[in-house]
Design a protein around this ligand. Structure first.
Ligand code: ADP
Ligand code: ZN
Length: 435
């Protein structure tokens, strides 16, 4: 049976959603123009006035905002209200550079937590669940977002934060956690640790996991579902728009519904800025429709995905986005070929390896090099050098087929690659050192 946190909005007709968006965008643009000088200057430069935005379709007239704008305007330049109205600051993880800080009024916190509550309910959560949140707490949005969502659902919330895996497992078993929230890489690590302690997947009470904050493949999903004995749901978001919960997966587990009553999504060509038709792959752009403190209009996420309005079996009507398989700046260009870490993960898991790997990129004698360290399980490990060499060769062949270029694969001893408790760092690109 389908369950919704806010059925009247989550299953609203297309006309109703557009009506909500039309109404909100007019107000939001006026709010930004009146209160955010940085964006008012951008609009003036483009010759756009708030009166020009009469409906959501007019959004195309507005200028884009980029991460660079956010860094330039740091810390208060994009603030949309007086600081005395704000109740919270959160910050990005700083995965790709200087951190961005975002501000929230109580209204902004409520709408964000409601989005997370929708995600928890979509994963089967109710007030009878025990929700173990092991995303990091603090400036990172993962912990606070899911924590607030869990409260709104009325679930029993376990605010574990990340790390201390032994304690995570002890509480999970003692307190009977039913829903696990963390990064997919940490979920994989928890699964591995449970097995090492002699637990079978059916020994825990978990039924679902809500995993996001980093790219992960379908192969990784299946591997986590197996090791924990659960259904694993994707959740997406970014600090700039509020945090996790901008979109979330439903029972269909195929794409994430975007909370369109709060966030308007567009797909653009990252090179030209042109808005692309539905079904095209491109850069995701978000407009917050009703945020007060940090209202971003047409924010370029650099995440690459596809939007679709195909009817969903869960009954939700909000547009879906595909898993972003890495941001435009995660893409490595190696000897002229575009390579995403997610392609490497797919090959590894298909070939029976664990998701414990590390990608090393460098430049030697003016040629790019790609090395992949892949950890063996104790069962795969062998003392015979010829066995290991044969496995490396086979994996290099499979990688070449997928990537179009041949990497050097190094199979390494069990437990030699450091595990992630938050966002995994998979790529070390040393080419920058020589530039
Ligand atoms: P940072 O940009 O420093 O990592 P955030 O913590 O706000 O800051 O992370 C937001 C980014 O994390 C998104 O733009 C996206 O690239 C990535 N992300 C979040 N959720 C997912 C997900 N479910 N799948 C893939 N990538 C995700
Ligand atoms: Zn659905």
């Amino acid at each position: 049976m389908a369950n919704y946190f806010q059925p009247e909005i989550e299953t609203a007709s297309r006309e109703e959603i557009i009506r909500i968006q039309n109404e909100k965008i007019v107000k939001q643009v006026k709010h930004v123009y009146d209160n955010v000088k940085y964006y008012r200057d951008l609009m003036d430069e483009k010759g756009v006035k708030p009166e020009d935005i009469k409906s959501i379709d007019d959004i195309k007239k507005l200028p884009f905002l980029t991460k660079n704008d956010l860094r330039e305007a740091y810390p208060y330049g994009l603030l949309g209200t007086d600081l005395k109205n704000c109740v919270r600051i959160q910050s990005t993880s700083g995965t790709t550079g200087k951190r961005v800080v975002a501000f929230y009024t109580q209204h902004d916190i409520d709408l964000w937590e409601e989005c997370c509550a929708r995600a928890i309910v979509a994963a089967g959560g109710t007030n009878e669940d025990v929700v173990q949140v092991c995303y990091g707490y603090g400036l990172f949005t993962g912990g606070p977002g899911l924590n607030g969502g869990s409260h709104k659902v009325g679930s029993l919330t376990l605010p574990m934060s990340s790390g201390n895996t032994d304690r995570q497992i002890q509480f999970m078993m003692d307190l009977g956690s039913t829903i696990l929230c963390c990064t997919p890489s940490y979920a994989a690590f928890i699964g591995e640790s449970l097995a090492e302690k002699g637990y079978k997947p059916e020994d825990n009470k978990l039924k679902a996991g809500i995993f996001g904050a980093e790219p992960w493949t379908e192969e990784m999903r299946r591997s986590i579902e197996k090791s924990l004995g659960i259904k694993a749901y994707d959740i997406y978001g970014l600090t700039e728009t509020s945090g996790p919960g901008v979109s979330f997966e439903c029972s269909e587990q195929k794409g994430m519904h975007i909370n369109e009553d709060h966030f308007y999504a567009e797909i653009i060509d990252p090179d030209t800025g042109e808005v692309l038709p539905e079904g095209s792959k491109g850069e995701l752009v978000f407009t917050s429709l009703d945020k007060e403190a940090f209202p971003l209009l047409r924010y370029r996420t650099r995440d690459i995905c596809i939007l679709t309005r195909e009817k969903c079996s869960c009954g939700r009507t909000h547009v879906k986005m595909t898993k972003p398989m890495g941001r435009s700046d995660d893409m490595m260009i190696i000897r002229g070929v575009n390579v995403f870490p997610s392609q490497i993960e797919t090959v590894l898991l298909n070939e029976g390896y664990t998701p414990n790997y590390q990608i090393l990129v460098d430049r030697k004698n003016n040629t790019d090099t790609l090395d992949i360290n892949v950890e063996l399980t104790p069962e795969q490990f062998s003392d015979k050098v010829s066995d290991i060499q044969a496995m490396e060769k086979a994996l290099e062949g499979a990688m070449r087929t997928m990537l179009g270029i041949g990497p050097k694969v190094h199979l390494v001893a069990p437990k030699s690659i450091v595990r992630s408790e938050g966002k995994a760092v998979r790529v070390i690109d040393n080419r920058k050192l020589h530039d």
